[in-house]
Each structure stands twice: as C-alpha cells, then as structure tokens.
Design a protein around this ligand. Structure first.
Ligand code: NAP
Ligand code: MG
Length: 399
C-alpha cells in the first residue's frame, strides 16, 4: 500500500505526561503507517520549554503563522509543585495562553458524539459548539474591598488629558467594587473568528450578551458583531444558507436547552467558561471534546480539550495498566490533517482524516472503549480496554 503524500508540513507541538505517551502511540499506530507525514516538530514538553527558556513555545506559534495549521498535545501549566518536580528556572506561563496571545484566536469546543453515549439533555441530537472569547472582562478585573463609608468613582484619563468620570456608588458602609475592561480590537477578532468558523463548518452562529442591562459594555459587543456581520459576512452567510442570530443571554440559555443542537454558540469570556463545562459534561466527557483555536487571519491550532491526565501518567510510570481515552487527541490530529488537506487541495489526506475518525467512533460503537466511557455507556456489551489496546483496535479497523 502506498502512503498518502503531503505537500506542506503541519506544525507538531508535542506535550507532557500521559498525553505525550498517547501522542506517540497515535502517530505510530494510526498515522505513520498510512501517511507520509510531514511535520515541523516542536517539543513543548516542560523539560524542553525550561531548557529553551520557553522560546520553543513562541517559535511554535510563529511557525503556525507560517504554515497555517498546528496540532498540539496537552501540556503542563507549571505551578509551585511543578517547579520542584521539574526543577524549573521559572514558573513558565501556560503555553495555551502564549499561543493564544500570538495567534489572537478564539477557542471552539465541540462534543464528539457517538452511539451509546447519550446526552443528558434528551432533545440534543447534534453537537453544540461553544466559541469562547478568551480576553478580558472579569479575567482582567481589578477589585477593591471597600472598608467603610465613602464614594467610589470610575475615572478614565485620556492621553490628551480628557477626563471621563462616573460615580459608581456612595457607600454607607463596607462593600466591594470591581473594574473590568475589554478592547474593541479583541472583540473584533473574536467576531471575525466566529463568523469564519460558522462558514467553515456551515453552522448557524448564535451570540448573546446582557445588553439590556449593560447598555454600554455588553452593547458594544453586540454592535461590533452586528457591524462586522453586515459589512463582511451577511452575503456569505446567505450564500451558505446559514444564519447569524443575536439574543439576550438568558433567552439563549433557555433556547439552547430546547434546541436540537447543531450550531455555534459564541459566548463572552465568563459565559463561555461556565457554559462550556455545562455542555461538555452534558454530552458525556472532556475526553470526547474537540478543541480548535482559530485566528482571525485563518490560522488553526487543534488540540484536545483535556489536560495531560497526570494521575494516569503516574500509574503508567509505576508500570500499572492505564485506560486513558485518546479520542480527543486523535481528533486533534484528524482536524489538523483535514484542514491541511483542505488548504493544499489534498483530497486523499482529507479522506484519511474522515476514515480515521470513523474507525475511532465505530470502535466505540462496537463496544470497545476506555474505562471512562465504559462507566457511562448505554451499550450492553462492553469491552473495556487499556490505553494501548484501544488504539490498536482502531488501527485494526482502519486497516
Ligand atoms: P486533566 O488532565 O484534564 O485530568 C483530570 C481528570 O479527568 C483525570 O484525572 C481523569 O479522571 C479525567 N480525564 C481527563 N482526560 C481524560 C482522558 N483522556 N481519559 C480518561 N480520563 C480523563 O486535568 P488535571 O489532571 O487537572 O491536569 C493535569 C495537567 O494538565 C496540569 O498540569 C494542567 O496544567 C494541564 N492542563 C493542560 C491543558 C492543555 O494543555 N490544554 C488543559 C488542562 C490542564 P480520573 O483520574 O478520575 O480517571
Ligand atoms: Mg472553567
């Protein structure tokens, strides 16, 4: 059998712990036997990030701008415990945060649906994709614990000396204050990423804020989306037969619960944080969730939605058997290969991605799955397997 050829490399970002183990198995068993894989390899494993003073993370993001498509393994975001464990020179920042800042993207997360794993919400027939704005609001908030009576004001001082002043509250006693912000450039990028992704995936786009209460802050989000839609996307949406729908956040939540799914739900930062956990758990598991960072310039970085599964890794190091679900990491690879194929006009590569996804889902639907799914499936005959045997079962089906 001759292997599928690639013309342009993918940016490959290797990672940490259990997902690094799965990464190699996936490549060896599911990709290299079938594809003459071309990648530009960046080792984002914590040891190598530490050796390069995190330069490798910056380089991998720049390479994504050059080639357009990246696939990323889960990585450790260091904390105090990791400082000791890996003897780090510094508490390096989250690679995802660094990459997101360089690519200025929006993260889209969608459940991978499969027969035998039934959504908690019985009306949901198709996946719901969450698009979360990943900048500002309460995540860049500044807070004061008010000690007692006094006046709180909001003051903006322009570079030209112009001053804008609003009274927040005249306190009679102790209380709390929060100041938050966002910037138009980031909201515009968010909007363009959402519109582009909706066109790419041919799904309706919903967006919701609380503009009736927040007449300047949230209204600004609503206006920016509408303006960009009218000027740049309305014709394209019509041609693609999809819709842009704006509503209030509380109305959106009610409609989502009564919908059949199959659309993208664009959320402000906090809404996206909360709602993506609701959507993913209602659809089954974090290990059955795709995640892709899309930049407004059309760069794509595919990854799994979960972390490095540290607890399983320590079992693995102890020589114990693990049953770690590799579906999200496999789908990161298929997402990247399909997008590479699309950009290069390489149909064979796109078809391979489809077949690998099908082989993965068919394996689960036939009853062979990792423990996390075996615990929640409605299938009667279940063969719960270890990490490696699951990937081997997919490989056998794929062949
Ligand atoms: P995690 O890796 O997502 O795992 C949390 C728990 O969820 C696991 O212990 C496991 O539960 C279950 N789980 C997650 N993925 C699974 C899979 N593929 N198959 C089976 N079960 C799965 O989160 P964490 O343990 O809190 O974080 C570990 C490291 O990942 C941290 O250093 C963190 O910084 C990093 N992280 C990275 C990313 C990223 O790179 N995108 C995202 C989040 C976290 P059981 O133990 O009950 O089986
Ligand atoms: Mg959260």
């Amino acid at each position: 059998m001759s292997k599928i050829q690639m013309t342009t490399p993918l940016v490959e970002m290797d990672g940490d712990e259990m997902t690094r183990i799965l990464w190699k198995m996936i490549k060896d068993e599911l990709i290299l036997p079938f594809v003459d894989l071309k990648t530009e390899y960046y080792d984002l494993g914590l040891e190598h990030r530490n050796e390069t003073n995190d330069q490798v993370t910056f380089d991998s993001a720049e390479a994504t701008k050059k080639y357009g498509v990246a696939v990323k393994c889960a990585t450790i975001t260091p904390n105090a415990a990791r400082m000791d464990e890996y003897d780090l020179k510094e508490m390096w920042k989250s690679p995802n945060g660094t990459i997101r800042a360089i690519l200025d993207g929006t993260v889209f997360r969608a459940p991978i649906t499969v027969k035998g794993i039934v959504p908690t919400v019985s009306k949901w027939k198709k996946p719901i994709t969450i698009a979360r704005h990943a900048y500002g609001d309460v995540y860049k908030g500044v807070e004061i614990k008010v000690p007692g009576a006094g006046k709180a004001e909001l003051v903006f001082t322009g570079e030209d000396g112009q001053e804008i002043r609003e009274t927040i509250h005249e306190f009679d006693g102790p209380g709390i204050i929060q100041g938050m912000h966002n910037v138009d450039a980031s909201i515009e990028s968010f909007a363009r990423s959402c519109f582009t992704y909706a066109l790419d995936t041919k799904q309706d786009l919903w967006f919701a804020t609380k503009d009736t209460i927040s007449k300047k802050y949230d209204h600004n989000f609503k206006d920016i989306f509408q303006d960009i839609y009218d000027k740049e996307y309305a014709d394209k949406f019509e041609a693609a037969g999809i819709e842009y729908f704006y509503t209030l956040i509380d109305d959106a939540v009610a409609r989502v619960m009564k919908s059949e799914g199959g659309f993208i739900w664009a959320c402000k930062n906090y809404d996206g944080d909360v709602m993506s956990d609701m959507i993913s758990s209602a659809f089954g598991s974090l290990a059955m969730m795709t995640s892709v960072l899309v930049s407004p310039q059309g760069y794509y970085e595919y990854e799994a939605a979960h972390g490095t599964v540290q607890r399983h890794y320590y079992k693995y190091l102890n020589g114990e058997e693990t049953s770690t679900n590799s579906v999200a990491t496999i789908f990161a690879w298929t997402g990247a290969l399909r997008k590479r194929g699309e950009l290069d006009g390489n149909t064979e590569l796109m078809e391979f991605a489809d077949q690998l996804e099908k082989a993965t889902l068919d394996t689960i639907e036939s009853g062979t799955m990792t423990k996390d799914l075996a615990l929640i499936t409605t299938l009667e005959e279940v063969n719960a397997v270890n990490s490696e045997d699951f990937i081997k079962a997919i490989a056998a089906r794929l062949k």
